[in-house]
Design a binder for this molecule. Structure first.
Ligand SMILES: NC(=O)c1ccc[n+]([C@@H]2O[C@H](COP(=O)([O-])OP(=O)(O)OC[C@H]3O[C@@H](n4cnc5c(N)ncnc54)[C@H](O)[C@@H]3O)[C@@H](O)[C@H]2O)c1
Length: 232
């Protein structure tokens, strides 16, 4: 029997709770294994494949959804993304996994129709996926960049704030890029306290984010060498 502690532990270890993932070629092989793993970690999984029976069965098993999708057809891929948006209102993870093995034999006998079919699936299929997932993610301001921000944040939490000014400048820049201004300020504050000042990064970071008033505030701080609470 699973104790409450163990249940809590399992819940805690789920790293993708609430994330929505579309996995092309998710009915079988690597895609199927990924679908299961993501679902085990709390993600909502949409399997997009041409193997309808297998895909639907696996989707049922993992509490996900199946959508018929031939990745060589742009419309199908767009439809799979729209399906995710309709189901959960977002898409966080796009795994362009669907693919087929190339034609065998000598190039001297290469059938160009086979090659075109291969390119349609293995190359264009991936482009279709990136195009439509990126479109949805950009519109919703979710996806890759936010996920990377979480990774950076976790890493900084793990290593702590190092005294090295280069490391701190790097961290500040990364935090700025993912809009984690509170963390920026925290690192900056520690650096000022340790007298390892990173004014330039702070000013540039705020300016690049269009936060000009905050930039000016930092410049004002230089005069007193004491950071003030950030505006807003
Ligand atoms: N297994 C390997 O050693 C290996 C090596 C290099 C690359 N890859 C690539 O990794 C990916 C997964 O490999 P796998 O071993 O799990 O392959 P697999 O053949 O077991 O699974 C591929 C999945 O993609 C689906 N698929 C094929 N064409 C599709 C299409 N037009 N639209 C939608 N779905 C389609 C299939 O139905 C299947 O579910 C493939 O892209 C493959 O080319 C695999």
């Amino acid at each position: 029997m699973v104790s409450n502690g163990e249940t809590a532990q399992r819940m805690f270890s789920k790293r993708l709770i609430g994330k929505v993932a579309v996995i092309t070629g998710g009915a079988r092989g690597i895609g199927a294994a990924t679908s299961k793993l993501l679902a085990e970690n709390g993600a909502y999984v949409i399997i997009a494949d041409i193997l309808d029976e297998l895909g639907a069965k696996l989707a049922d098993l993992i509490g996900g959804r199946y959508v018929h999708c031939d990745v060589s057809k742009e419309y199908d891929v767009e439809h799979a993304i729209q399906f995710a948006l309709k189901w959960k209102g977002r898409i966080d993870i796009m795994f362009n996994n669907a693919g087929v093995a190339g034609p065998e034999g000598s190039i001297t006998n290469l059938n160009m129709d086979d090659l075109r079919a291969l390119i349609d699936i293995n190359l264009n299929g991936v482009v279709h996926g990136i195009k439509h997932a990126a479109r949805a993610m950009i519109e919703a301001k979710t996806g890759g960049e936010v996920d990377e921000g979480q990774i950076v944040h976790g890493f900084v939490e793990k290593i702590g704030i190092k005294k090295d000014v280069i490391v701190c400048n790097g961290l500040l820049s990364m935090y700025f890029k993912v809009d984690r201004l509170t963390e920026c300020w925290r690192i900056f504050y520690e650096m000022v306290v340790k007298d390892t000042v990173t004014w330039n990064t702070m000013i540039c970071g705020y300016s690049e984010s269009g936060l000009y008033r905050e930039s000016i505030r930092v410049i004002e701080c230089i005069e007193f060498s004491t950071p003030q609470a950030p505006i807003g």
